[in-house]
Design a protein around this ligand. Structure first.
Ligand code: DGL
Length: 214
């Protein structure tokens, strides 16, 4: 099977690598939109204009399923994309449900891009799975750029992590695939005060379900 994996930038690469490792008999074709990253400050219309041609090209190249390895695109435009692309799309979205199941303090934190935090899908996830929880959303608006440029400033990460831990968050959701690259750094700063979760295994499980149906 040929699996397309798309993200605005390097975030999706971590997901593509995890898929390759978990499903070695398949071919993974990874593409990004290096020219226009980050997407986190873009509108739905802008994203749609950028993403549709990229996904269409993956379909032309023979991809039978495409993983949208981007929370920003998934939460903002995946329904529109499904109407425009002829193969199944597997999305990545903030793990609010899993965080709600895991928290003991009733406080969780979501690290995400501005577009994800603004999306109606994100609002729905919170309303549905975390109606009684306190959800902390620190400003991570510069993080995708910082990671894309390989200029990780640990002080910025430290500031957010320490702030949410001080407010009792015991689960931190990495809701932008770029942040997978700083998961170890975040865990080191967290130092056991919270559990850090990210969606690679959930995506792989969903992808397996789609692949058996193809
Ligand atoms: N990696 C993406 C995400 O999961 C997008 C980051 C960006 O382009 O701003 O949200």
């Amino acid at each position: 099977m040929k699996i397309g994996v798309f993200d605005s930038g390097v975030g999706g690469l971590s997901v593509a690598e995890a898929i390759e490792k978990a499903l070695p008999d398949n071919e993974v074709v990874y593409v990004n939109d290096y020219e226009h990253v980050p997407y986190g400050d873009k509108t739905a219309e802008q994203m749609l204009r950028l993403v549709v041609p990229i996904l269409s090209k993956l379909v032309e190249q023979g991809c039978q399923v495409i993983v949208i390895a981007c929370n920003t695109v998934t939460t903002t435009i995946i329904n529109d994309l499904r109407q425009r692309v002829s193969v199944p799309l597997v999305g990545v979205e903030p793990m609010i449900k899993q965080a709600a199941a895991a928290t003991k303090t009733g406080v969780i934190s979501v690290f995400a891009t501005p577009a994800t935090l603004k999306s109606s899908r994100y609002a729905w996830l919170k309303k549905t799975y975390a109606p009684t929880l306190k959800v902390l959303e620190p400003d991570c608006s510069q993080w995708a750029r910082m990671i894309e440029d390989g200029q990780v400033d640990e002080r910025k990460i430290e500031a957010n992590v320490n702030r949410v831990c001080a407010q009792n968050a015991d689960v931190i959701v990495l809701a932008c695939t770029h942040y997978h690259w700083i998961e170890d750094t975040i865990n080191r700063i967290v130092a056991g005060r919270a559990t850090v979760i990210q969606p690679e295994q959930t995506v792989i499980a969903q992808l397996r379900r789609v692949l058996v149906r193809l």
